[in-house]
Design a protein around this ligand. Structure first.
Ligand code: TPP
Ligand code: MG
Length: 387
């Protein structure tokens, strides 16, 4: 936000009559300008940045492209499955592939990830099988994977709370003397939560090796970012005493470079960094939402021109890094993935009704035992009635 627009936003309104202009808060974020770290323009042109450089092999570049394409394909399949009644709900990551793949590929195996409910691309990078993400959305399990297998915590729906989990975990990593890092994903809306402010405070004071990766996708359901903040989100870090950086969240190279640098800083014991990945939620908040009720088609269209996958494809083609045969083979791989996901979802077994009582407490609880017994008796009553 510019100084002028901040002032405009604070100016008292002269008339009590609400005009449409008064309803629309001043625009906070800029999507370009010197503060935005970018290494690949929307036109697919490679540019340099004085603080962030990256040098990838042809294979690594193709790998990033493949990750984004397969993640988008998986996401489209999940949306379709919800529409077919196979999933109760789905939170699409459409448009956020570069932010997630770039940051996800910056991680080491021993780093630990605390995601929201939308980090399907990061899950992919961690090696969590995409079908495992769907059980919870189908309502047949309570998580779907063992977090410690891939150092990828379970999806977290309580907005912002995972930033505190990540901070506590990172403080533990530091106490262990390990040089691994922790990354917490959250959204622009979550940045308004007290949990996030507490996580910032604790991580700064304890110099915790954590990267706060905020995907500013411009919307928190129907609330635009400018209703969450008077300053660009990355600038919030300054008040807590650690660096903040805004990266083009649709530029996979920049997201990789910036996250890598923040993780290295954490490993060196220099504490947290806030990365604001400036991106856009191309789809609905979830399949239960209808964004046409609160945002204009032109907005989406303007972001389509910045599509993260198209710009990398243009670059790969222009540089001769990938040819037609490569893209055709990837299309086939995408279709195979879609088919595998469809089949896996449709054949997921019905859940064990008693499973909800498991894993609530590591050492059990008298109250949970009582509830388990009550529920078992209730279930058994149906069998009795049938006799
Ligand atoms: C503590 C809490 N408050 C409210 C909600 C309801 N809720 C679910 S998603 C959401 C918006 C989150 O927006 P943002 O942080 O920008 O993430 P995005 O969905 O855009 O990825 C809200 C308010 C919740 N899940 N948890
Ligand atoms: Mg958001």
């Amino acid at each position: 936000m510019t100084v002028e627009s901040t002032a405009a936003a604070r100016k008292p309104r002269r008339s009590s009559k609400r005009t449409s202009a008064a309803k629309t808060p001043a625009k906070t974020p800029q999507s370009s300008g010197p503060e935005l770290v970018q290494l690949l323009t929307p036109e697919g042109e490679r540019i340099e940045h004085p603080d962030y450089s990256i040098d990838l092999t042809a294979e690594e570049l193709r790998g990033l492209y493949r990750d984004m394409v397969l993640t988008r394909r998986f996401d489209a399949e999940a949306t379709a499955l919800q529409r077919q009644g196979e999933l109760g709900l789905w939170a699409s990551l459409l448009g956020q592939e570069a932010a997630q793949i770039g940051s996800g590929r910056a991680l080491r195996d021993d780093d630990y990830v605390f995601p929201t409910y939308r980090e399907h691309g990061v899950a992919w990078c961690r090696g969590v099988d995409p079908t495992n993400l769907l059980g919870m959305f189908r309502g047949v399990n309570h998580g779907g994977w063992d977090p410690n297998t891939n150092n990828f915590h379970l999806y977290t729906i309580v907005i912002g709370s995972q930033t505190l989990h990540a901070t506590g975990y990172a403080m533990g990593v530091a106490k262990d003397g390990a040089d691994s890092a922790v990354i917490a994903y959250f959204g622009d809306g979550a940045s308004s939560q007290g949990d996030v402010a507490e996580a910032f405070t604790f991580s700064a004071v304890y110099n915790a090796p954590v990267v706060f990766f905020c995907q500013n996708n411009q919307w928190a359901i129907s609330e635009p970012t400018e209703k969450q903040t008077r300053v660009p989100l990355y600038q919030r870090a300054q008040g807590f005493g650690f660096p903040g950086v805004r990266v083009d969240g649709n530029d996979v190279l920049a997201c990789l470079a910036v996250t890598r640098s923040a993780l290295e800083r954490a490993r060196r014991g220099e504490g947290p960094t806030l990365v604001e990945a400036f991106t856009y939620r191309m789809g609905a908040h979830t399949t239960s939402d209808d964004p046409t009720k609160y945002r204009a088609d032109e907005e989406r269209a303007s972001w389509e021109a910045k599509d993260p996958i198209l710009r990398l494809r243009t670059y790969l083609e222009n540089e001769g890094v990938a040819d037609e045969a490569y893209f055709t083979a990837l299309d086939e791989e995408s279709e195979t993935l879609g088919k595998r996901v469809r089949e896996a979802v449709r054949s997921m077994p019905q859940p064990d009704r008693m499973a909800i009582f498991e894993h609530a407490y590591a050492d059990g609880s008298a109250l949970v035992d009582e509830e388990r017994a009550q529920f078992a008796a209730y279930q058994a009553s149906f069998a009795e009635e049938g006799k």
